[in-house]
Ligand binder design. Structure first.
Ligand SMILES: O=P(O)(O)OC[C@H]1O[C@@H](O)[C@H](O)[C@@H](O)[C@@H]1O
Length: 225
């Protein structure tokens, strides 16, 4: 490993946990309560990685006040935590992978579009917070993915140059955000197959879970990847 500090920056939903099906269920129920139907696949591709407030305004009206958006978000995310709670589990191989990365001196961060309550729910619920030197969420940046803000903030908090960070993502908009931040990505195919990411540059690996990923291979010089 070179002298420069390296970092792994993890998306949370769909990457640390395989929960996007539960987010989808909660969105379907949330919109059903309002007499609206949504198409699962179309909705995932259009929204996964965006912040709740952006999704609310896109689907329910740009006129919504901040207070109205906050109340709607609180309802949707409480629904999600209620239905995912009994299934809460880290993606296969994650803890081993994090331990290996730390043993190699890699700094670790979480960069999610989720709100603080969802971050606590996953990181504290699974006792994972101790692994991460920085945790950045929707409350810390203005714009969700595909804007690069959340990844750039994580790199800044870690004190690592964006080009020395590798992002782990499951959503096309998240990979696009990493690309916009100047960071290569590893795609986890928890939610979509590999071909959904073919239009993006700098995808250096694709895997179904962390058991299939090697820290050493990911840290190998870029010319070998
Ligand atoms: O950035 P992450 O961790 O993938 O989080 C994205 C998700 O954040 C959630 O809070 C939203 O309700 C989801 O619809 C969204 O996809």
């Amino acid at each position: 490993m070179s002298e420069a500090k390296r970092a792994f920056v993890f998306d949370m939903d769909g990457t640390i946990v395989d929960n996007m099906g539960f987010h989808m269920k909660s969105w379907i129920e949330f919109f059903h309560r309002r007499g609206k139907d949504i198409d699962r696949d179309e909705f995932f591709r259009a929204t996964a990685g965006r912040q709740g407030k952006e999704i609310m305004r896109a689907y329910l009206g740009a006129h919504l006040s901040d207070d109205e958006v906050a109340a709607l978000n609180a309802e949707k995310e409480a629904l999600y935590r209620e239905i995912y709670g009994p299934h809460l589990k880290e993606l296969a191989g994650l803890s081993r992978f994090l331990d290996e990365a730390k043993a190699q001196g890699v700094l670790l961060a979480v960069a999610t579009s989720g709100p603080p309550e969802n971050i606590d729910f996953v990181l504290d619920g699974l006792k994972l917070r101790r692994h991460f030197k920085a945790v950045v969420g929707a409350a810390d940046v203005k714009r969700g993915k595909p804007h690069p803000d959340v990844f750039l903030k994580a790199a800044e908090k870690l004190g690592v140059a964006p080009a020395d960070c590798i992002v782990f993502e499951d959503a096309p908009l998240g990979v696009e955000a990493a690309q916009n931040a100047g960071m290569p990505s590893v795609v986890l195919t928890t939610t979509l197959p590999a071909d959904a990411f073919s239009q993006y540059d700098k995808v250096i690996a694709v895997a179904p879970d962390f058991n299939e990923l090697s820290v050493d291979e990911l840290l190998a010089p870029a010319t070998q990847q």
